[in-house]
Structure formats: C-alpha cells, structure tokens
Design a protein around this ligand. Structure first.
Ligand SMILES: Nc1ncnc2c1ncn2[C@@H]1O[C@H](COP(=O)(O)OP(=O)(O)OP(=O)(O)O)[C@@H](O)[C@H]1O
Ligand SMILES: [Mg+2]
Length: 298
C-alpha cells in the first residue's frame, strides 16, 4: 500500500521524450505487462451517409498505458475526445486504427471486467438502492440473490451509505446517488473502473469528500481506474498520473506523474507542492503548449 505523508510531497520533475513515443512512467519494462495499452488509437464517428464530410475524427494517435492498480486521470478541452476514448475502452465504440488492448488482447466489446461510472447518476428510479447495486450481478447471473444482496450491503457500507439500501434513488441527494453508482460499478468486481466526470454535477464540498472516498474505496479493492475530469485539482488529488489531451482529434500531449504518497488527505490540497503541480498541468492545458511535443513530466 502506498503511504502518504505531507512531508513526502515533492515537486514534479520533468523529462522530455524527443522520440514522441508513448509516455510510460515506469520505464520500458512496464510495456509488456500493461493492463490497458493504447497504441496510436484512432476513433471516428461516421454519419450513416458515409460521405467523407460526415466523418468526425475524434481521437487520433492516442497512446496510453495503465498497469494494474494505476489511477490515471485524463484532462483536456471540451470536445477533444475524452469520453470517446473511454467509451472505446469500455467496448461501446470500435476503433478505426491502432491497437487498444486489455492484458494483451483486443477489446471485443463491453465485458464484466470493466465498469463505467457516468457523469449523471444513472440509477433505475423504480428500484431500491440495494436493487440498483445488485442490478449488474443479476444481469451476469453468476451469483445467488442472497449473496448478491450481501455484497451490495458491503459496498453500500464502503461508500458510506449503510442503512440506505431500502430507499429509492429520488430519496437521496445527488452525491449519495453518485455513491450508489460507484457501488453498482464495483459490485461486478471490475478489473478496470472507468469514470467519466462522475462528480461534475456535485457541489464543491461534497466533491472533495467523494474524491477522498473514491481513493479509499479504490485502495480497499485494489482497483485500476481511468478517470476523466475537467477539474485539474481533482485530477492531481486522485491520480498517479495525469494525462493531458490535445484539442480534437485528441491524443495525449503530456503525461504528468503525481509524486504524492498515499493515502492522501485533504491537507495535501493546500501544500505548495500540490499547488505547483496543479499550476503545471494548467499551463499545459491552457498555456498554448505545442500539442505535438509529446513531453512527459516526472
Ligand atoms: N455520437 C457521436 N456522433 C458524432 N460525433 C460525435 C459523437 N459523440 C461525440 N462526437 C464528437 O466527437 C468529438 C469528441 O467528443 P467527446 O464527447 O469524446 O468529447 P469530450 O472530450 O468528452 O468532451 P467534454 O469534455 O465536453 O465531455 C466532438 O467533436 C463530438 O462532437
Ligand atoms: Mg465527455
């Protein structure tokens, strides 16, 4: 388990990669064991007419690697292809070029090894909270009902919703509904958790609490996570690495290694090192950096 001390917080170090090869934080040995590997990924949207003018190139030449237990955040301008990339990893969208592999195998479509948490709470309003959490297990039909409910209760405890299983979604706040979404995603015990701006519609204070809880839950379950956000502070607080996407067609122009130990607590946000890192990421995102540079900060 990674340990956090504020004393352990260090400023980001930089290094350049003049070859433009995919940014890999842990050196060449990591490539062969990557849990998720994206190499030169290209994703297009094609209108039914298939005329050339109806093609939107959303992602092009995207390179990314995740090892097991990594927590990687993606930030980037609106419309740059973040959700598109996440949907391809989830298996909801095909890719048109490059390689996108999980444990060395192409992604054929959605599977129980991946779970997505969306921006808006997407609970079934007619089902009680606990029945929302067991929903994925029912679809998978791999578990008896009593066992599924037991697991759901454990997860509701884990996300801080003990005793709320018999409520309906409408009886919960937005933040509580997002916790149910997280519990539902974790119920199928995914190897890779995909989160698309899951806290974007939650107020700032609740969001900070949710971020800390997400870190706690991921550590408790040893989850690998790919998390999309517009909030740089959120990305720096959560991630081992923050990947900055270029404007569309999206690709990763810079990968920032977050050097702070875990577990992280709220005081980290106020440390000068943390604020400097946030500034560094913001500079990359908004500061007119050459999007073809392919630089990695360590
Ligand atoms: N279903 C679709 N059909 C056609 N084009 C699409 C579709 N979905 C997205 N796009 C286009 O693909 C590009 C990338 O969209 P995407 O939703 O991936 O962006 P994003 O980075 O997630 O943006 P945001 O930060 O605003 O959520 C945009 O130009 C968008 O218009
Ligand atoms: Mg999006």
């Amino acid at each position: 388990m990674r340990k956090q001390t504020l004393e352990g917080a260090q400023p980001a170090r930089r290094s350049s990669d003049p070859t433009g090869s995919p940014p890999v934080a842990d050196g060449p040995a990591a490539a062969s064991t990557a849990h998720l590997s994206a190499r030169n990924v290209r994703i297009e949207y094609r209108a039914p007419s298939e005329s050339a003018s109806d093609v939107t190139l959303a992602v092009d030449n995207a390179n990314l690697e995740l090892q097991r237990s990594d927590f990687v955040c993606i930030v980037g301008p609106s419309g740059c292809g973040k959700t598109t990339f996440l949907n391809a990893v989830a298996g909801f969208l095909p890719i048109q070029g490059g390689n996108l592999e999980l444990d060395g195998r192409d992604i054929p479509g959605p599977g129980p090894d991946r779970a997505m948490v969306f921006q808006q709470a997407s609970l079934l309003p007619w089902r009680k909270v606990i029945d929302n959490v067991t929903y994925g297990l029912e679809l998978g039909r791999t578990m008896k009902k009593a066992q599924a409910r037991e697991r759901a209760r454990e997860l509701l405890d884990l996300v801080g919703l003990s005793g709320f299983g018999d409520r309906y979604p409408a009886q919960l706040s937005g933040g509580m509904q997002q916790r149910v979404n997280l519990a539902r995603a974790l119920a199928v015990e995914p190897e890779l958790l995909l989160l698309d701006e899951p806290f974007a519609s939650i107020d700032a204070q609740t969001r900070e609490t949710m971020q800390a809880e997400l870190l706690r839950v991921c550590a408790a379950r040893d989850v690998t996570a790919l998390f999309v956000t517009h909030d740089i502070t959120e990305a720096a607080f959560l991630a081992d690495r923050v990947c900055v996407f270029s404007p569309r067609p999206g690709h990763i122009v810079r990968e920032v290694v977050v050097p702070f130990d875990r577990p992280r607590d709220q005081r980290l946000r106020r440390s000068p090192e943390f604020l400097a890192l946030v500034d560094e990421i913001a500079e990359t995102l908004y500061g007119g950096t050459d999007p073809t540079a392919g630089e990695v900060i360590h």
